[in-house]
Every structure is written in C-alpha cells, then in structure tokens.
Design a protein around this ligand. Structure first.
Ligand code: ADP
Ligand code: MG
Length: 560
C-alpha cells in the first residue's frame, strides 16, 4: 500500500541522532565510508542469497556501487544494487538501534562533560548510517528488496521523526540521497558536492572494497554520453603481499570491518599454503567495545571463501576469550554453503583456529617486549577477557601466562608480569603469593597482608572477578605454585624462628586454643596459632580447599 506514515525514531536512536547532528567530530569524511560500507554489505548479502537460493528472482548480474553528485541541488547519492530492504526492515533497521551497548554508550555520553571524549565514544561505537546527518540536513532513502516488487521511500531531517511510504517503481537495491548542508565557505575541504573531494575520500577509506565504486568520469564535455569509471582498486588486502600494503591501508580496512573510528593497536597477518590454504588478516583494537563483558557479545572475525563473504561473527575461528579480535579469514577450500554447525566440527577449521590463536598470543608477547606502552593499553582494555583463557583454554595456558600482568604490592602504579614477580622473589620463597578481593585498597588493608608486608614478600593483588576462577585451575607458573595468602597454612617462618621456639609457644597457648576452638565450634573449623599477623590480634583464614569469600559472594549473587 502507498500510505505515507510519519513515525518516531526509537528513543535511543533519537538521542544518538541528536548527538551526531550536533557533533563537532572533526573528520566528517567518514560518513561516506559508512554508506559505502553498508552498500558493500548489501552486495555481499545479495551474492550469498543468489548462490544459496538460485530460484529467487534477484538480479546479481552487475553488482556495483554508484556515486552521483548533483551540484545544483547539492545532493550526493550513494546507490547500490544489492539486497535492499523491505518496508518493515527499513523501520526496524534504520529507525531503531539494535546494537548491544547502546544504552551504556548513551549513559556514558550523558555523564561525559568533555566534548572531545564524547566524540571518541561515538567514534568507537560507530554510528553507521546516522553519520549521514553530520553532513546532510535531510536524507532520502529509496530501497527495494531483491525479489520483491514494492519499494519503500524513507525520509528524515534527523530530528525525532521520519516519513515512510511505499512506492511502485524503484530499481533493486538501495539509494541514499544526502541533501548536503550549505557549503562552508571558510573551509572548501568540506565541500561534498565536489567530485574531486568525493574521489579522494573513496580512495582513502574504501579502496579495498571488493565491489566496483563508480562515478561519472572527469572532464566530460557536455552532450557526450556520460561515461562512468571505477574509483577504487578493489584489491583484497589480505591477499596482497605485505610489503605492498601500507599501515594506513590496513587501518582503513580495520575501520571498515570493525565500525570503529580509531586505529587498531596491532595488525596480525597469516598466510597458510598447502592442502588447506587460507589467509588471515586480524586486528587487535585499541579499546574495548562497551559490551565486551555482556553475554551477547559476539566474536569479531568474518569468514570469506575465495573472496566471497560468508559470515560475520564466526565463532569457530576465535575462542571466546579473544572475542575482541577483529578481522577476516579467507579459506580457499570450503564450500560457499558452509554452515556454522559444520564449521564447529571441521577438523581443518579447528587447526586453523589453533594457529590463529597462537599467532594472536605471540603478537601480544612481542608487543609486551617491544612496545610496553602499547601492551599496557592492551592489558587495561582486554586483560580481564584474556584471563578467561587461563580457565577455558588449557592448551594455551603457558602462552597466556606469559602475557598476563597484575597489580602487586611491589609498585602502586605499575603492573607486573609473572616473570617479573618470580625474578623479584626472595631466596627460599617457594610460592607466588596473591590475594583476591573487590579492590586494591580492600586487599592492601586485609589483615592477611600484615606478615607478608613485614617480611617484605610481594603479593599479587587480584581484583577482577575472573581472577577467582583461574587461580583455582592454574596450578603454577615456572615451577612456583600459586598460593593465596588467605588460605591454609602459609609458612612464612624462615631461619629466624626456630622449631623449638614454635613448639614452646604452641604449648604455652594450648589451653587458650582449646578453649577458643570449643567456644567458636559453631562458626570455625579450627583455631590455630599464627605467624602471619603482626598488629591484628586474629584473622579468619579459609581452608586450603574452601572457596574464597569473593567467589562465595559471586555464587550467592548468581543464586547458587
Ligand atoms: P551497521 O552497518 O553497523 O549494521 P548501520 O547504521 O550502518 O549499522 O546500518 C543499519 C542497518 O541498515 C544495516 O545493518 C543494514 O541491515 C541496513 N542497511 C543500511 N544500509 C543498507 C543498504 N544500502 N542496503 C541494505 N541494507 C542496508
Ligand atoms: Mg554500517
């Protein structure tokens, strides 16, 4: 039906739009990257659908993206002949934000007083289609889903509402027309009605897009049939030799696949030849996404088969604890119809995943050695996720232990690696001492800490919830066992306390201990004489096999 409706954006979408429209984000050029990226996704989806359902009436004969500029009307149109959207899909996909982390993003933006920091947040979140409103005061979207006859026209000035109507005639795919804001006379760099400017942006941000991005050729005399030319090189970066690709190109590609606006920390490449051939191009981002610790967080690696995009979020390629790694894996010998279920059980895929994981961990290890600052950023952002691997990936436990670091009593500012800790261990110290707790100050003020402080023993300060888990399953590092200073008998006595001396004290205190044990029988298992306290008169100690108070609280909170 042709009814025209005026609809409200979902509240979160409205709020995000308002922020984008009033954005002072300095690099407005990226709006085009977002639109081309959507067009490219739409062409990927079309090709896949045409391959999987050949009897569907879709036209996949000349997939491309066309950029059209109308100088007089000051419009820029990004047109694709991809999968398109149905009317319902337009309402669903453009009128709402389904991305996880949206609520948290908005909350942080509301709290943030600093405009630059807000821009960073928006950039990290990736506002996608809404980026159009940084340069346009009105956006018109016309789309027809492949295989359907009715098309849909959507229009909005970005302020609260949009109109939507069904229309009869439209080519398959989507066109997005930006009614550009008035030209900034001060700054001609921002004239998006200038073909030269648009060409430059495409080459800078979207050169590797695997579909042709076309524009009217330059220097057409009036009256000639308008010729079009392809602006991008369309070379798949992961298939090109490393020395042919600049860091800047890798970074743009990262931004394309991750929807992040900031450069990655590391680029990881892997080329495997032989019976099972594949290329991988992976990235370690420079900041954690807002939903890294939410249950629904998905993994960031895309699967291609012979340059054909197959799926996003391919969980068979990366373990959960490396879910922040982004990138592309292109396998030569898989079927285009491969499903997630098949991938999970494919032996070749499992081998591939094992190599990818080792390569990522090795990259972090190199970063730790060669770029300590970068490593610190990495660890601050992703450390808590990586530590999950100590529990879930026993095969790579040693490689993970090599790259973990912790706060420690040795230094109030710096974190330490386990190797660093072991190097500082005192002669005769047998264990790696740690204490888990809710915060650094809670741990430092714990009575358990007293004797260790007095003796000058370093203690690791473990404050992430996941620390409670891995300390239970990782027995040792470099032959030194992990020992909680809150559990069991921690023997700190060295030569200075003779065995005879201890025996004497045990006898002296025996009546008191017996009385205490009987009196407190309902609450404690045993009362022992301790050498671990210096100023506090007593402390409660867990049995070696008991769960820690923090873990107990976690279980209780989880209703167990
Ligand atoms: P994202 O690309 O991160 O999903 P966007 O805001 O860029 O977020 O786009 C939202 C959704 O709208 C896309 O996921 C896609 O489903 C749909 N969409 C946007 N542009 C197009 C297009 N040119 N063709 C088909 N669908 C599109
Ligand atoms: Mg997008």
């Amino acid at each position: 039906d042709a009814r025209t409706e005026t609809l409200e954006f979902q509240a979160e979408a409205r709020e995000l739009l308002r922020l984008v429209i009033h954005s002072i984000y300095s690099n407005k050029d990226i709006f085009l990257r977002e639109l081309i990226s959507n067009a490219s996704d739409a062409l990927d989806k079309l090709r896949l659908e045409a391959l999987r359902t050949p009897d569907l009436h879709v036209d996949a004969s000349d997939p491309h993206i066309l950029l059209e500029i109308d100088k007089e009307r000051r419009t820029l149109t990004v047109r694709d002949n991809g999968i398109g959207m149905s009317r319902d899909e337009v309402v669903e996909l453009i009128g709402t934000i389904a991305k996880s982390g949206t609520a948290e993003l908005l909350q942080r933006l509301r709290e943030s007083r600093d405009a630059a920091a807000s821009q960073d947040l928006i950039g990290q979140f990736g506002v996608g289609f809404y980026a159009s409103f940084m340069v346009a005061d009105k956006v018109t979207l016309l789309t027809r889903r492949a295989g359907e006859t009715q098309a849909t026209r959507w229009e909005s000035a970005g302020e609260g509402s949009y109109t939507i109507e069904s229309v009869e005639d439209a080519p398959q795919g989507t066109s997005v027309t930006l009614h550009l804001k008035p030209e900034d006379k001060e700054d001609h760099l921002f004239d998006y009605a200038d073909p030269w400017k648009i060409r430059e942006i495409v080459r800078r941000y979207s050169d590797f897009i695997t579909w042709p991005i076309r524009m009217a050729a330059e220097g057409q005399a009036d009256g000639d049939a308008p010729a079009v030319e392809t602006v991008n090189s369309m070379k798949a970066l992961w298939a090109r030799p490393r020395d042919e690709v600049t860091d800047a190109e890798y970074h743009e590609f990262y931004k394309h696949i991750s929807h992040d606006w900031t450069d990655p920390l590391e680029t990881v490449r892997l080329q495997a030849e032989g019976t099972f051939e594949y290329q991988a191009l992976l990235f370690i981002p420079s900041h954690a996404p807002l939903d890294l610790f939410m249950r629904e967080h998905r993994r960031g690696v895309q699967l291609y088969v012979k340059r054909v995009f197959i799926m996003d979020d391919c969980e068979a390629l990366m373990p959960e604890y490396l879910r922040f790694v982004k990138g592309v894996v292109d396998a030569q010998d898989l079927s285009l119809n491969v499903s997630r279920e098949i991938l999970q059980h494919d032996r070749q895929i499992q081998l591939m995943r094992r190599r990818l994981v080792k390569k990522v961990l090795a990259t972090v290890k190199t970063m730790l050695a060669d770029h300590p600052d970068r490593y610190r950023t990495f660890w601050t952002e992703f450390g808590a996720a990586v530590k999950e691997g100590l529990v879930n990936d026993p095969d790579n436990r040693d490689a993970i232990l090599d790259i973990v670091s912790f706060a420690s009593t040795d230094d109030p500012e710096e974190v330490t690696t386990l190797r660093g800790y072991v190097e500082r261990m005192k002669d005769g110290q047998e264990h790696v001492y740690y204490l888990t707790g809710a915060s650094r100050s809670a741990i430092e003020n714990s009575p358990h800490m007293e004797a260790f402080r007095a003796k000058g023993h370093e203690v690791l300060i473990l404050t992430d919830p996941v620390d409670e888990m891995w300390v239970e399953s990782v027995p040792e590092f470099g032959g030194k066992r992990f020992q909680s200073i809150a559990k069991g008998q921690v023997d700190l006595d060295d030569e200075d306390t003779a065995e005879a001396d201890r025996e004497k004290r045990r006898e002296d205190f025996a009546p008191l201990l017996t009385w205490l044990t009987e009196t407190l029988a309902e609450n404690v298992k045993e009362v022992r004489l301790s050498t671990r306290l210096t100023t506090s008169p007593a402390c409660i100690v867990g049995d070696a096999n008991d769960i820690t108070p923090t873990l107990e609280r976690m279980y209780r909170a989880a209703g167990q």
